[in-house]
Design a protein around this ligand. Structure first.
Ligand code: LMR
Length: 328
């Protein structure tokens, strides 16, 4: 009898233990490198809000902005190791995993953000979300930031003005070729180091969106920003495919729905946040904003165009044609 009671008590302890364990919330980490006020920063916070409202006490989403958990040199590895569950690197940072996404980096590929959006929502654009699943990286959504502008410690009106200057670039071979085509010296560098590199003269210039130029204070340490709109910085929200597929169905469904809603939200405010950032940079009166003439823009386009031929074999002409069609 005594041993029966002991066994029952042990079973009860085990059960209660399991129940307590089952009530532990699932902690999901979302790491990114930009400020919380940017489109990506806001999108990540919206995702957290939606998931936690739908699964109270069951799932917690911890958002780490500003490279506070992983910088962009480490975040992809961390995702594959399971140290973080969501990241949203810029499309330029997947070079090591697929050449297909290089299509987004080709200079002057998209005439504006609407064209980028159109391509991303096309069948071809959507299929690229799955381009890295063989390496356990699953793309869940595209998030917008905006078109890139070029800044430097001197005024850049025509391509020749960039000659000989050192430019910080993201880890992308296309961007490296783009600056080499200008006779400039590109340097791959993680985002968290750019401000200091500009301030101390390690590099002379950089390319980025208004939102990043404002929130990282690059405008304080640059003489001028040329409104080139020569490329795009958008993101792919990626997760670890194995982790995602092993989630309980109900949790995965909520995460997918919340991701879709956070995507609409973030993409809906990106243009406004960039326009506001541009206005604030203008009002600060530190870096001069240069509007280029059609003729000057034509020169930038011509100087960078050889990059297309260089990367077409790796990207695939079909993909280049499909992306080009979005600007027609
Ligand atoms: C950069 O490295 O300049 C950007 O990709 C940062 C970001 O995530 O917007």
């Amino acid at each position: 009898m005594r041993s029966y009671i002991a066994a029952a008590a042990a079973a009860m302890t085990l059960l209660l233990g399991n129940a307590a364990f089952a009530e532990e919330p699932l902690v999901i980490k979302f790491s990114h490198v930009v400020a919380e006020t940017t489109p990506k920063g806001q999108g990540a916070l919206k995702f957290k809000e939606l998931v936690e409202a739908a699964l109270p006490g069951k799932v917690t989403v911890e958002v780490y902005p500003n490279s506070s958990l992983f910088g962009d040199d480490k975040e992809l590895e961390a995702l594959l190791l399971g140290d973080v569950q969501f990241i949203a690197p810029s499309l330029s940072k997947f070079d090591r995993f697929t050449k297909k996404l290089q299509v987004y980096d080709l200079p002057f590929m998209f005439k504006n953000q609407e064209a980028v959006d159109k391509f991303q929502n096309s069948d071809v654009g959507q299929s690229l979300l799955g381009a890295m699943t063989d390496q356990d990286l699953l793309g869940l959504a595209y998030w917008h930031n905006g078109m890139k502008q070029m800044s430097a410690n001197k005024e850049l009106h025509v391509p020749g003005d960039a000659k000989g200057l050192k430019f910080r670039i993201q880890a992308s071979d296309v961007l490296e070729a783009q600056f080499a085509a200008l006779g400039a010296n590109p340097q791959k560098m993680k985002f968290s180091e750019v401000y200091q590199a500009l301030q101390t003269g390690v590099v002379d210039g950089q390319e980025n969106t208004w939102s990043n130029i404002y929130s990282q204070k690059f405008y304080e340490v640059q003489a001028a920003i040329s409104e080139t709109n020569h490329g795009v910085i958008d993101y792919m929200v990626v997760t670890n495919a194995t982790w995602w597929n092993e989630l309980p169905d109900d949790v995965r469904a909520v995460l997918a729905k919340s991701m879709a809603e956070a995507t609409s939200y973030s993409n809906g405010i990106a243009a406004k946040l960039n326009a506001e950032a541009k206005d604030k940079i203008a009002a600060a009166g530190k870096a001069k904003i240069l509007t280029l003439t059609d003729d000057e823009l034509k020169q930038w386009r011509a100087a960078m165009k050889p990059v297309w031929d260089q990367f077409a074999p790796g990207i695939g002409q079909d993909l280049i044609d499909a992306a080009s069609a979005a600007s027609m």
